[in-house]
Design a protein around this ligand. Structure first.
Ligand code: R5P
Length: 304
């Protein structure tokens, strides 16, 4: 029987995962020493069992060390395999050296994680120049896809939607969500001038003024992409859009800055946030359970 071990802050997702799979979730004991170092103690039930460390890496820098300590401890205490369940997998943005001297953090982070765990399971990683996680991860990885769940939510909650992808990269993805939701879609052109400086161009949308626009994106971080698209929609006389994203990071003031421009913001629970409406635990539980039943469908199946 799998043992689900949540890292601090991920107890709720781990509980839903355990419930969906019929497994047990036990939180490790954690605390800080007075000098700020991390203390971590695993439950005794680890030996001989597959252990799933649940840690969505939206704040990767402080999360990494406790995760590495938990993975090492699980291995040393005899876990039969250690899987990282990371609904949000961080450090994929810097996938090349844009300017001389830059750290290609995606490669370094993948190398570090690959040294800690036996497998990595995630959903819609933000891949750009790498075709798959296997390009940088040295352990088997599996990528789950939230698009069908997003489409299901839209079909159930939005009347007469128009799916809007914020950039050319999202074209295929937005098209798939639109097809599954039975809706038309359009795609914007995006130019990013800085972390919080985004320029958006939309095609002529006068034919769609009676539709409810739904912006779909894999990540909302500063929220500036969604804001820029929403402004352009407003200029063309469309209603305030709904925003449906997989990973709602919503850094700093992102949600407050976005809210005046949109009707509602919805995200999956890959990152815990008040906008969470779409649960991913059953998707993850199914992937883990299938791996148990049929070794031919090992977690590395789609990426390796
Ligand atoms: C870009 O490639 C992604 O799909 C998102 O559009 C982007 O990461 C969103 O970032 P922000 O919310 O900071 O504009």
């Amino acid at each position: 029987m799998r043992l689900i071990l949540p890292l601090p802050g991920h107890e709720a997702f781990a509980g839903r995962l355990a419930q969906a799979g019929g497994w047990t979730a036990i939180a490790p004991e954690t605390r800080r020493f007075p000098d700020g170092e991390s203390y971590l103690r695993l439950p005794e039930a680890v030996g001989g069992r597959p252990v799933d460390l649940v840690c969505s890496l939206a704040r990767p820098d402080p999360q990494f060390l406790p995760l590495a300590f938990a993975a090492d401890a699980a291995r040393e205490l005899g876990a039969s395999e250690v899987t990282l369940v990371a609904p949000y997998l961080a450090y994929l943005r810097q996938d090349t050296r844009f300017r001389p001297g830059e750290a290609v953090s995606s490669r370094s982070f993948a190398r570090l994680l690959s040294g800690c765990v036996d497998r990595v399971l995630t959903v819609d990683p933000h891949l750009h120049r790498y075709p798959a996680l296997a390009r940088i991860y040295r352990v088997p990885t599996a990528t789950l896809h939230a698009a069908p769940l997003l489409a299901g939510w839209i079909a159930e909650h939005v009347r007469s939607p128009l799916i809007v992808g914020p950039d050319e990269e999202s074209a295929q993805w937005a098209g798939a969500i639109a097809a599954a939701a039975g809706a038309p879609h359009v795609v914007a052109r995006k130019q990013r001038h800085g972390d919080r400086d985004v320029e958006i161009a939309l095609p002529d949308l006068s034919a769609w003024r009676d539709r409810q626009p739904v912006l779909v994106d894999d990540i909302a971080s500063s929220g500036r992409t969604l804001i820029a698209v929403a402004r352009q929609l407003q200029r063309q006389g469309l209603p305030r859009p709904d925003c449906v994203v997989v990973h709602g990071l919503f850094a700093d003031d992102a949600l407050a800055a976005l809210q005046p421009f949109v009707r509602q913001v919805v995200s999956t629970d890959s990152v815990a946030h008040p906008s969470n409406r779409i649960g991913l635990a059953p998707l993850f539980a199914d992937a883990l359970a299938r791996n148990l039943r049929d070794p031919a469908e090992a977690l590395s199946g789609d990426d390796a």
